[in-house]
Write a protein that binds this ligand. Structure first.
Ligand code: PEP
Ligand code: MG
Length: 774
């Protein structure tokens, strides 16, 4: 078909879209080139007003954590109104746009019932009104408004332009919110009593001071922080630059024989940038003003890179990425010198974009009072670790202004998944009271430490602990743990910079086995992959939870597996309280292969002259296929242990770390309950015991069901142990079975939760309801 034909058949509206697209592109480019969010908003309103030939364009932002809008930029209204005009979602037409989360287009705005007049804007002269919401993942972040003096209805082109712009800028606004820039703009300072909501990750209340965990390789994630010692930071910065200069010189020398002379000149550009006054003195000046060196470097590099990006010359524009690369290199040098100098607050609340289990493990437990992560959910490993340590955690707090929380006073409400920033005296008092009550409850529960976990009708339900830390040993023994039901060996692997040797592993495992001797200690073989990468064994996959994880990795790496098994068996010599556990088994063949390797390791050790008692061997039931294969698997081992954290994720197809779908992650979902019953029946047919070691066993309501289904033991976080014991001691087998039968008939997880919570209250355990999830 010839081009003319093409033209002739194009729909008229497609032709109309061309100029619209170009206009849009020009606006987006201009906004993107702005130096700061404030500047970007000003550019936006100016450009939109010109493009649409309207009298007014204004931008309102939502205050994070509130249903309140603030006028942030305007072209056409009185500039003095910026920051002053504020309205709740149920006020005015702008509020209406936010409330409905859809455009409002009116030719005669003052006639509308929701019209509200703000004298400081001089608004009475405007009749036509078009407002569109700026939405990111269902949440309204702001409202973009155009107004006209005359009464007119805005046409489809204007609505389309504004709506498309709103979509394009939503991501940038969300980022500004995350970095704390929105808050800075809104108030200049953080407001008091600001509430950020997320998901309860670990129950409890923590009151302390923010400490930001950041990725050391990402300049943009560096938090604001005060310089501890200005002179030392300037010096450290200059030394870091010098180190990078030497690094670049070394690279250049290596390239002499490989690159032609003119290409080598590239490195001269690097050297020139490194020597630039702008970079060196600009950063030093920021440090002199009180910023710590990494944040001073961050701001200088941003500004410098932006200057290159705005250049006409395409070659020079490309230099922006070079300056960012240099920034990262200087940062790496710098952090090795300055990061350890800033002392950890006495009562630290660890904050981060995506706090990792390793970052949490780095903080001395006696100083850690709370954890807040913008990503993740209550099933993330960092949340599990927090629960094991009894530290309140909030996960998936999406609008967390991470960059602004260093050194701020914070209250972490791990029950309801809320973070209070700079709480006022009333909020503080309320949470102090709650924390006191919590302490009293746990003091009361401590009285149960020496008591057996016997049901009122005399059935003993051993309660073990889940751990990955040696630090848990003492508290676990104090609470009366019957042993370790799950030791996650990946944690000691995660806090190192290389695979631990066989000797190092023997020493760690031996400490666990002897500390709990003669009680059993379940050591699970390495379960890396998913959300547990090892820094020195990078795995990058599109779907890590469905990928190379757990036993799949270790069967592919018999070297790693055999070393670990040998270490476990050696640690058990003379003790004989080891239980080995294989994670992520999805087929009988995997189990057989793992058993073969285990037998081989034992044989090798015997040949080396060691006396090796045969360990108990078990399989995790955490992949749905293992539920259906429970009997076959159980016949080949000594016991099964259900990992509900993964089982729920795989059964319900809900990523355990994705806060966006956290509402769908329902351990009391009828399908999960059926699977639990089926796994139990499979184990029984094979005549083997079955335990639960997932977090569900720490949930007081779920414990009633596990009792009712006749599970043989529970493994829970140390912090939840006495609570679970209280439940066991309060529900007879008969009552638990009756409640389970009733629960299995229900089709809605909320009804199951209600039924069990009511039973807890009726049994006088109402204080535990708070610790349960949805
Ligand atoms: C589980 O999946 O329930 C489990 C106990 O293992 P992890 O949380 O370490 O994946
Ligand atoms: Mg698991």
């Amino acid at each position: 078909m010839c081009p003319d034909d093409d033209h002739a058949t194009a729909a008229p509206e497609q032709l109309l879209q061309q100029p619209l697209l170009q206009t849009l592109q020009r606006i987006v480019e201009a906004v993107g080139a702005a130096d700061s969010t404030g500047e970007a908003l000003r550019v936006l309103v100016t450009r939109v007003r010109t493009a649409l030939e309207v009298d007014v364009c204004s931008m309102y932002l939502v205050m994070p954590g509130r249903e309140r809008l603030v006028l942030m930029a305007t072209e056409g209204l009185n500039q003095a109104a910026v920051g002053q005009v504020q309205l709740d979602f149920d006020e005015g037409l702008v509020g209406l746009v936010a409330q409905r989360a859809e455009p409002v287009n009116l030719d005669e705005a003052p006639a509308h019932a929701r019209y509200k007049f703000f004298p400081e804007t001089g608004e009475q002269r405007y009749h036509a009104f078009l407002g569109v919401p700026i939405i990111h993942r269902r949440r309204v972040l702001g409202v973009l408004v155009v107004q006209q003096r005359v009464s007119r209805s805005f046409d489809d082109g204007a609505v389309a332009l504004l709506s498309t712009l709103a979509v394009q800028i939503a991501v940038a606004i969300r980022q500004a919110e995350l970095s704390g820039e929105t808050l800075r703009l809104l108030r200049g300072e953080l407001p008091t009593d600001l509430i950020i909501t997320g998901l309860g990750g670990s129950p409890g209340v923590g009151i302390g001071v923010g400490r930001v965990a950041y990725s050391q390789s990402d300049l943009d994630r560096i938090p604001d922080r005060q310089a501890a010692d200005i002179g030392a930071e300037v010096l450290a910065f200059r030394q870091a630059v010098e180190a990078v200069r030497e690094e670049m010189a070394a690279i250049r020398t290596r390239m002499v024989d490989v690159l032609p002379a003119e290409e080598q000149a590239l490195f001269d550009a690097y050297t020139m940038m490194l020597a630039s006054e702008h970079l060196i003195e600009g950063t030093a000046a920021r440090i002199e003003e009180g910023s710590w060196a990494p944040a001073a470097l961050r701001d200088t590099v941003r500004q410098y890179a932006r200057a290159f990006e705005e250049m006409e010359d395409a070659y020079l524009r490309e230099r922006a990425s070079d300056i960012r690369d240099l920034g990262r290199r200087i940062l790496a040098q710098l952090l090795s010198q300055v990061s350890s100098e800033s002392p950890m607050p006495e009562r630290t609340v660890l904050i981060g974009e995506d706090v990792s289990a390793a970052q949490l493990a780095e903080i001395p437990p006696e100083r850690l009072v709370g954890v807040v992560s913008a990503r993740g959910s209550s099933s993330s490993h960092v949340a599990i670790l927090a629960r094991a340590l009894g530290i309140p955690a909030v996960m998936g707090a999406e609008n967390l202004p991470v960059g602004r929380l260093e050194g701020q006073e914070l209250v972490v409400d791990g029950y309801q998944g809320r973070l209070f920033i700079q709480p006022g005296p009333q909020v503080r008092r309320e949470f102090e009271r709650l924390a006191r009550e919590e302490r009293e409850l746990s003091d009361g529960l401590n009285a149960l430490a020496g008591e057996p976990a016997l049901t009122p009708d005399g059935r003993l339900i051993p309660i073990y602990v889940n751990t990955g830390l040696l630090a848990d040993v003492e508290p676990a023994l104090k609470c009366g743990a019957e042993g370790v039901g799950l030791y996650r060996t990946e944690f000691p692997f995660m806090v190192r910079d290389r695979f631990p040797s066989e000797e190092a592993q023997v020493s760690t495992y031996r400490q666990m086995l002897s500390a709990f001797y003669p009680r059993p200690v379940t050591l699970r073989t390495l379960d890396i992959g998913g959300d547990k990468p090892l820094p020195y064994f990078p795995l990058s996959e599109d779907n890590p939870f469905l990928g190379w994880r757990g036993i799949r990795v270790t069967l592919d790496h018999p070297d790693i597996f055999l070393t670990q098994i040998r270490a476990m068996l050696r640690a058990n010599a003379g003790l004989d309280n080891l239980r080995v556990l294989f994670p992520m088994i999805s087929a009988v063949s995997e189990l057989e292969e793992a058993n073969r390797l285990l037998a081989r390791a034992a044989e090798e050790l015997r040949e080396e002259g060691l006396v090796i008692p045969p360990p108990q061997v078990g399989v995790m039931v955490e992949v749905p296929s293992a539920v259906y294969l429970a009997e076959s698997l159980a016949r080949r081992v000594d016991y099964l242990s259900v990992g509900t954290n993964d089982l729920v994720q795989y059964l319900l197809a809900v990523d355990r770390n994705n806060s966006r779908v956290a509402d769908l992650y329902r351990p009391l979902h009828p399908a999960v309950l059926q699977a639990l019953r089926q796994a139990r029946e499979g184990a029984r047919r094979a005549g083997k015991p079955i335990y639960v070691c997932g977090e569900m066993a720490s949930d007081p309501a779920a414990v009633i069901l596990l009792l009712g289904m006749d599970y043989d033991g529970l493994s829970v976080s140390v912090a939840g142990l006495t609570r679970v014991k209280w439940v066991v001691r309060s529900f007879s087998t008969e009552t638990a079975r009756a409640l389970t039968d009733e629960a299995l008939k229900l089709e809605d997880p909320d009804r199951v939760r209600e039924l069990l919570n009511d039973a807890l209250v009726d049994a006088g355990l109402g204080g535990l309801v708070r610790a349960g999830k949805r």
